[in-house]
Design a protein around this ligand. Structure first.
Ligand code: HEM
Length: 404
């Protein structure tokens, strides 16, 4: 896009991936929101920090859809990349029941068991050394463990699959727009994607003759599975590791920090667990995980908030910023576990809204409950570190007990 094409639009030059923005991106995001409903970033893309504009864009996938970065990240045949409803829904429906209420409830004993074992190790380390980093001990490995279990991955292979999923999630850590041929994060993630592809193809072949109740078998033996290639089945499986791993880990990390930093709320939640589900949603609104959701303009004549957008234009929806939009939320920067509940955009909206939201919510509830039970009084013991802005979350959370 040329500068003249955007001459009348509000414009800013902001590197959202600059390391100094990461610990506290909220002032910069507020500046973008204040600049207008849709703003040209001199870095080469459009962006919006407004809840209502994000919704408007997510509501028209035929005009502004998954072309561009999403399709490159996940693969064109993954349903997260497909805007055509019939094919999208046929693929998504294969797993709707596994990720629905009953499917998720059936997983609770497994998740409780894994969280329990992780918390045993956390308590042991706290006894031995006085401090523990809850990211590698709990929040980082749990979601990949759960999805690997759902896919029927053996315990022996699970750590390898988790490592691939972690590397894959770093794809956008080098910033936007991506220099696909030279960005080291993108290249490392491509290697991890290939490793996972080879592994998942083996699983697909094995499950043809050995069906089970796992996600691989459900795809292989579904009506749509018999019509698509192994490669297409593979990318649809792989997207689950991509979409559900780092996102959920980061939410869990933010929960651990929010509970530590807000002792009054922590004590209220300990005393009344019925407040917990809304409090966890509040963490997600207040510390959104998916900060950057990319879209590409596919049709001619598209206008958003009065701005004409040409075919091929990239648009970044700043979903974390939308969670703090004062047009939608009163006192948006305050963490308030008793605020009036209002649906947020952290799990997306419309055709591509998150398939794994109920699963992530169950994992968050299990983790938060275990922490309230077993670490009634604790604090963050060292400065926090944060990773990639696209999927923002703490990369380490060292904690210690508060005695007495
Ligand atoms: C806190 C945790 C999570 C967050 C914040 C999150 C966020 C999102 C968002 C924003 C979208 C919309 C993507 C778009 O419109 O382009 C999405 C879609 C999706 N998510 Fe999640 N997600 C989470 C957990 C999970 C989990 C645990 C899974 C599965 C294991 C998962 C699987 C998916 C899939 C498959 C889609 C694509 C849905 C479609 O295209 O129909 N997510 N998620």
């Amino acid at each position: 896009m040329t500068r003249s094409a955007v001459a009348d639009a509000p414009s800013l030059d902001i590197d959202l991936y600059a390391p100094e923005i990461l610990p506290d991106p909220w002032p910069v995001l507020a500046r973008i929101r204040d600049a207008g409903p849709i703003v040209w970033n001199e870095q080469g893309y459009w962006m919006t920090a407004h809840d209502r504009v994000c919704r408007q864009i997510m509501n028209q996938p035929d005009a502004i859809g998954q072309e561009g970065l999403i399709a490159s990240l996940f693969g064109e045949e993954a349903f997260i990349s497909i805007d055509e409803r019939a094919m999208h829904n046929a693929l998504r429906n294969v797993w709707v029941s596994a990720f629905g209420k009953d499917g998720v409830e059936a997983l609770v004993p497994f998740v409780r068991n894994v969280v329990g074992a992780m918390m045993d190790a956390v308590e042991e380390e706290l006894r031995d050394t006085g401090q523990v980093d809850l990211v590698p001990a709990l929040s980082r490995p749990l979601p990949a463990h759960v999805i690997a279990h759902m896919m029927g991955v053996s315990e022996a292979m699970t750590p390898t699959v988790i490592a691939w999923a972690d590397r894959m999630a770093d794809a956008t850590a080098g910033g936007l727009p991506i220099d696909y041929d030279n960005c080291p994060y993108w290249l490392a993630s491509e290697q991890a994607k290939q490793d996972l592809a080879a592994f998942l193809i083996e699983q697909i072949r094995y499950r043809r003759g050995n069906p089970g109740d796992d996600l691989v078998s459900r795809m292989v033996h579904s009506p749509v599975g018999s019509r698509i290639s192994e490669q297409a089945m593979m990318v649809n499986l792989r997207q689950l590791l991509f979409a559900g791993n780092e996102t959920t880990s980061n939410w869990l990390g933010h929960i651990v920090v929010a509970l530590a930093d807000h002792p009054r709320e922590r004590r209220a939640l300990r005393g009344d667990r019925s407040l917990l589900p809304a409090a966890l949603e509040e963490v997600l609104r207040w510390q959104g995980v998916t900060q950057v959701l990319p879209r590409g303009v596919k049709q001619q004549g598209v206008a958003v908030a009065g701005q004409d957008l040409p075919v091929g234009a990239e648009v970044v929806l700043l979903l974390g910023a939308a969670g703090r939009d004062p047009e939608r939320y009163e006192r948006p920067d305050a963490f308030d576990i008793r605020r009036e509940p209002k649906p947020h955009l952290a799990f997306g909206f419309g055709l591509h809204s998150c398939l794994g939201a109920a699963l992530a919510r169950m994992e968050a509830l299990e983790v938060a409950s275990a922490i309230l039970d077993r670490l009634p009084e604790y604090r963050v013991a060292r400065p926090l570190a944060f990773g990639n802005f696209s999927l923002r979350g703490p990369t380490s959370v060292w904690i210690e007990r508060i005695e007495g």
